[in-house]
Design a protein around this ligand. Sequence first.
Ligand code: CO
Length: 134
Amino acid sequence: MIGKLNHVAIVVPDLDAAAALYRDTLGATVSEPEPLEAHGVTTVFVHLANTRIELLHPLGNDSPIGRFLERHPDGGMHHVCYEVDDILAARDQLKERGARVLGDGEPRTGAHGKPVLFLHPKDFCGTLVELEQV
Ligand code: CO
């Protein structure tokens, strides 16, 4: 069902410092910061040959990752995103197989303008899983 790894998202307390770390210490290509007000995050993409790392920092007072950063002040891995061809078919299959879909179960438009869903971390080895229809 799942296809490629689309990205791994890491929440960071200092976006400029994290971008510099990936660019200057690890020698990767990083994007400019992009504020996504509708999602309550600012993102920097790290472009790797086979996937991307998405550095996330809270934007605004009501950010969905604000509490994560309170609990993990040094930052930490937030989710992995797998690609699927048909997000509704994937959701229905996963629910049949006992997985819990977060929220109301309906896909939302994600940070890349594509439909996404999140799966409960307790059902996936303690890891929040995002599915993105590509
Ligand atoms: Co994501």
